[in-house]
Design a protein around this ligand. Structure first.
Ligand code: MG
Length: 333
């Protein structure tokens, strides 16, 4: 069996999905996702110029060998662009193997181990009333978990991840002009004072069973997170996400030593080497790496296996910029 061609498509319904399609000489094809939000043209070009020419003639069943070939073949290993492209190839190869076997890909990894998966919705509000209404709406739809983000009084609207679908979402649409980082006004003191009152109101209104998640978006220093995590411990968060800049892994030590708040991090990681210290030292509770820019199913499964040894669960990154192919690959992983 041989790979005969491969194509990259950029686009989708309101999104810049980067989709790879690998064709074989037996009519079977595989799909993979290389979407790197706000940098979509780069993985597409990387695939077209450097990786697809090497794929032609390879046996698509040899996914491990192909993964190692591309990972080791480039002198500059890792990085989100390279790992997203290797990830897309890997997903497409597993897709092909599943089709050859006539089985869903998860059946090639030991079969089904869950009847259902807990998912959360993004409940957001420009103010507290708006947020409470958003939570009520998701509860009415059956969600048992919500990730909550709330506008902070006396800080300008629109910052801090509170925008809703359809609002302020130009950065997801296929128009690369003007794709510059958004600048926001931020006030740490106001945030630290206000957010605990939001959690208190949510517990009062919705009781102890609602699973509440919150994303700090990497905005606090370790000392600030320490104080914040202590102040919200009594509200029993399901997870506290991205508390400090993820590239400083030692920062998580201070938080771990002083708080029992469950920590989730990793959506900007792209290899096992980014996760290794946090997992081995058991500084986190959930690893958030994406299957797309985490190098695909082959590499993410290694991370998952290591995490399992250290009591760390997965909460794969699943932002709206992730394509359905990436989400399917996450379930298989
Ligand atoms: Mg996050």
């Amino acid at each position: 069996m041989k790979i005969t061609s491969a194509e990259v498509f950029v686009g989708g319904p309101g999104k810049n999905y980067v989709t790879l399609k690998i064709m074989t000489d037996q009519g079977i094809y595989g799909l993979g996702d290389a979407t790197l939000n706000n940098r979509e043209t780069l993985p597409a070009q990387y695939l077209q110029d450097y990786l697809i020419p090497c794929l032609i003639g390879m046996d698509p069943r040899n996914s491990e060998d192909i993964w190692q070939y591309f990972y080791r073949g480039a002198y500059f290993r890792r990085g989100p662009i390279a790992m997203a492209t290797i990830g897309a190839i890997d997903m497409a190869l597993w897709d092909i193997k599943g089709k050859i076997a006539g089985l869903p890909v998860y059946q090639l990894f030991g079969g089904k181990s869950r009847e259902a998966t807990l998912v959360y919705a993004h409940a957001t509000g420009n103010d507290l009333e708006d947020l409470l209404e958003s939570i009520e709406n998701y509860q009415a739809q059956g969600y048992k978990a919500v990730r909550i983000q709330c506008g902070i009084p006396n800080m300008p609207k629109g910052g801090y991840g509170v925008s809703r679908e359809g609002e302020d979402s130009k950065h997801f649409i296929t128009d690369f002009t003007g794709a510059v980082p958004k600048e926001e006004v931020w006030d740490t003191e106001k945030y630290l004072q206000y957010m605990p009152t939001v959690f208190a109101t949510i517990r009062e209104r919705f009781g102890p069973d609602l699973k509440v998640l919150h994303d700090v978006h990497h905005r606090l220093t370790p000392r600030e997170v320490y104080a914040f995590a202590k102040s919200v411990e009594k509200y029993n968060l399901f997870w506290l996400e991205d508390p400090t800049p993820a590239e400083d892994q030692n920062a998580l030590k201070l938080i771990r030593q002083h708080s029992t708040a469950p920590i989730a991090i990793g959506e900007v990681f792209n290899s096992l080497w980014d996760c290794k210290q946090l997992i081995e030292e058991e500084l986190i509770d959930f690893i958030r790496i994406s299957v797309t820019y985490g190098g695909g199913i082959t590499h993410v499964k290694r991370i998952v296996e290591l995490a399992g040894l250290h009591h760390i669960r997965t909460g794969f990154h699943g932002a709206p910029s992730h394509s359905p192919i990436s989400m399917a690959a996450a379930r298989a992983s």
